[in-house]
Structures are given as structure tokens and as C-alpha cells.
Design a protein around this ligand. Structure first.
Ligand code: HEM
Ligand SMILES: *[C@@H]1O[C@H](CO)[C@@H](O)[C@H](O)[C@H]1NC(C)=O
Ligand SMILES: *[C@@H]1O[C@H](CO)[C@@H](O)[C@H](O)[C@H]1NC(C)=O
Ligand SMILES: CC(=O)N[C@H]1CO[C@H](CO)[C@@H](O)[C@@H]1O
Ligand SMILES: CC(=O)N[C@H]1CO[C@H](CO)[C@@H](O)[C@@H]1O
Length: 289
């Protein structure tokens, strides 16, 4: 990337970060939205009515991210998952999940840079996001490592079921809820096992944080609720009547999002899983991962 692009990226980042701090403070003083009044009027999903869910066709493009696949499965972005503009992605991620304008703009900008495309003018297909060690990385919660499953839109159902059944919390109605601790524990296990069984394993600190960042979205936007996560992770579907659990008036900011991600990261104890990892490596000859 040229010098001008770097300079313009720098100013973009600085602007976004300062604005994000302001939004975080405004969220502290602002009133939370009423339950049932989170998805903005005029946007798909208003009043809990999401456009029809249709599972993807063979030829549709999907990626490793359940949040984006769900947008395509409901036709909020193109159902084919192709020709999506970064600008539309920003807008729809923001309104569907009630993500702050700073976070919803930052991530697609990051993706556009990764793909060497223009945020304002270009489009992409969902599968393009799965460049290994671009954003997509090893030791994920929902997918096998790319070395074992090159097609990262393929869900690894046993991982998802393990995540859903790991929920140790309860909400006030007694429903199962996934907690920060549950996520730290499972990420520790994924890292230890992947490191032991995957010869091509890589996980830079920055990708560790990405993993936690994405995991944290399960807690913030989905409230960790297992009933909702069942549809969201296994079918990449927004449950009927669902709305984002983020109710702050300016949406989930980068500051809050990173704070939660770091809390998860600090709880990760890869060492606790040494035994499990060793056994997985020993069994590798006889069964897949
Ligand atoms: C704004 C644009 C977004 C982009 C470009 C994006 C991209 C990605 C990518 C490339 C991955 C794969 C990372 C890996 O290898 O584990 C991923 C994972 C994930 N994303 Fe997104 N995502 C976006 C928004 C969202 C939103 C709004 C949610 C809301 C729920 C979400 C939830 C997740 C989850 C739960 C994972 C799985 C993490 C794991 O398996 O460990 N994403 N995302
Ligand atoms: C994007 O398109 C606009 C006009 O549509 C043009 O002025 C601008 O230079 C383009 N930007 C890039 C980065 O290609
Ligand atoms: C990738 O996997 C998905 C879901 O498992 C499937 O629908 C799609 O056709 C696969 N894509 C390729 C290129 O094999
Ligand atoms: C960033 C964003 O879109 N925030 C929205 C969160 O939800 C409330 C309620 O609809 C909206 O007013 C905010 O604009
Ligand atoms: C919305 C969001 O922040 N998604 C993150 C998912 O994880 C990738 C890397 O794994 C990040 O780049 C995205 O920002």
C-alpha cells in the first residue's frame, strides 16, 4: 500500500478512535433503549420481524462469520453473498446488531484494506473475507482450522454444540447463558488442541485478540443466550422476534467491545488443557480432529 494510503488510514483510525471514546461516554449518560425498541424503524427486523430466512444455495457465497452469513440468509444483504458493498455492510451491521457507527465502520474498513479494495467504491463476496491469517485465523470457536477445513464457511457442528452446552450461567428467567468464563475456557482448549494437532498452526497475539473480540460479540449482541445462539450459530439465522441485546443509545462501541474481549483473553489458560491436547494429538492417526 502506498504512502498516501497509509497516511489516510492513519487519519481515519485516529478520527474513529476519538469519536468512539465520545460515543462511549455518551452511552454512559444516555438512556438505554426500551426492550422491543432496539432495531430502528424502517430497517429490516423492526418490531422483531426479520425478512424470511432461506438457507444458502450451493452457488451462494458465505464465510466464517455467523453474523454476516445471517445477514445474507435473511436477505438483509444480497442472499447470494456476492457483490456486497463495504458501505452497505457498515450500515446493515450497525442497524441489525446495534453496533456503534465507529465499530461498524472500522471493521469493514479493515476488511477493505485487507482485500486491497476501496471502502467507498468496491464490493466483495463473503468468501473473500476468509483469507487465512488475514482476519480468519486458527483456533476458532465455530470452525475447524483452515488446514483441516479449507472451506471456512463450513460450520463444525461438534464445536458449536460443545460451546452451547458449556453455558454455566442463567438469566433471571432461568435460561442458560454463556459467560465470559465459559468463553475463556473453551478458547484455551481450542488453542491448546489446535497447537498440538495442527502442524500448520499459527496464532499471533493480534489474532488471539480477534478471536476474543468475535467471541465477545456472542455475549454483547446475543446476550449469551443459548436459545438464541442455537439458531444463530447452527443455522446462521436470527430468531423470530429477536433484537440485539445491545441497548445503549449509541450502540456497542470499540472501547466496550475491546474491554470485553480483553477480559475474555485474560481468562484464557491454555496450560489447563495440556493433557487434553496431548491425547488429541495421540488419537489423531485414528480419527479426524
Ligand atoms: C462488521 C463486519 C464483520 C466482519 C468483516 C466479520 C468477519 C469475521 C471473520 C473473518 C471471522 C472469522 C474469524 C475466525 O477465523 O474465527 C468472524 C468470526 C465471527 N464473527 Fe464476524 N465479522 C463481522 C461482524 C460480526 C458481527 C456483527 C457479529 C455479531 C454477532 C459477528 C460474530 C462473529 C462470531 C461469533 C465469530 C466466530 C468467532 C470464532 O469462531 O471464534 N461478526 N467474523
Ligand atoms: C470512488 O468513486 C468516486 C466517484 O464515484 C471517485 O471520485 C473516487 O475517486 C473513487 N475513489 C477511489 C478510491 O477509487
Ligand atoms: C463450502 O461449504 C458450504 C457449506 O458447507 C457449501 O455450501 C459450499 O458449497 C462450499 N463451497 C465450496 C467452494 O466448496
Ligand atoms: C449505532 C446505532 O445504530 N444505534 C442504534 C441502537 O438502537 C437504537 C434504538 O433503535 C437506535 O436509536 C440507535 O441509533
Ligand atoms: C465485528 C468484529 O469486530 N468482528 C471481528 C471478528 O474477528 C475478526 C478477526 O478474527 C476481526 O477482524 C473482526 O473485527
Amino acid at each position: 500500500m502506498g504512502f498516501t494510503a497509509n497516511v489516510s488510514n492513519f487519519f481515519y483510525d485516529a478520527k474513529i478512535m476519538s469519536w468512539d471514546v465520545i460515543l462511549t461516554i455518551l452511552n454512559l449518560v444516555g438512556k438505554k433503549r426500551r426492550i422491543g425498541d432496539v432495531t430502528p424503524e424502517g430497517h429490516p427486523g423492526y418490531g422483531g420481524h426479520w425478512p424470511e430466512f432461506k438457507p444458502p444455495q450451493e452457488t451462494d457465497s458465505r464465510c466464517s462469520c455467523p453474523g454476516l452469513n445471517a445477514l445474507a440468509n435473511h436477505g438483509i444483504i444480497s442472499r447470494s453473498g456476492r457483490g456486497i458493498s463495504f458501505v452497505d455492510l457498515d450500515r446493515h451491521v450497525r442497524a441489525t446488531y446495534n453496533i456503534s457507527s465507529t465499530l461498524s465502520s472500522f471493521v469493514p474498513h479493515y476488511a477493505a484494506r485487507m482485500l486491497k479494495k476501496s471502502f467507498n467504491n468496491d464490493t466483495f463476496d463473503l468468501e473473500e473475507l476468509d483469507v487465512h491469517n488475514g482476519i480468519e485465523h486458527d483456533a476458532s470457536l465455530l470452525r475447524l482450522d483452515a488446514a483441516f477445513q479449507p472451506n471456512q464457511s463450513t460450520k463444525h457442528v461438534p464445536y458449536i454444540e460443545e460451546l452451547l452446552s458449556s453455558a454455566s450461567g442463567k438469566d433471571k428467567d432461568g435460561n442458560d447463558v454463556i459467560t465470559v468464563k465459559d468463553l475463556s475456557k473453551l478458547l484455551g482448549k481450542r488453542r491448546a488442541v489446535s497447537r498440538a494437532v495442527n502442524k500448520e498452526f499459527t496464532l499471533k497475539p493480534f489474532h488471539k485478540l480477534f478471536g476474543c473480540a468475535n467471541a465477545s460479540l456472542l455475549l454483547s449482541t446475543m446476550g449469551g443466550r443459548v436459545n438464541d445462539l442455537h439458531d444463530f450459530l447452527l443455522h446462521e439465522q436470527l430468531p423470530e422476534g429477536w433484537e440485539s441485546r445491545v441497548r445503549q443509545s449509541h450502540g456497542l462501541t470499540l472501547v466496550n467491545f475491546n474491554k470485553l474481549a480483553l477480559t475474555i483473553e485474560f481468562g484464557v489458560r491454555e496450560k489447563d488443557w495440556a493433557q487434553v491436547a496431548q491425547e488429541a494429538a495421540e488419537h489423531q492417526g485414528t480419527s479426524p480432529v
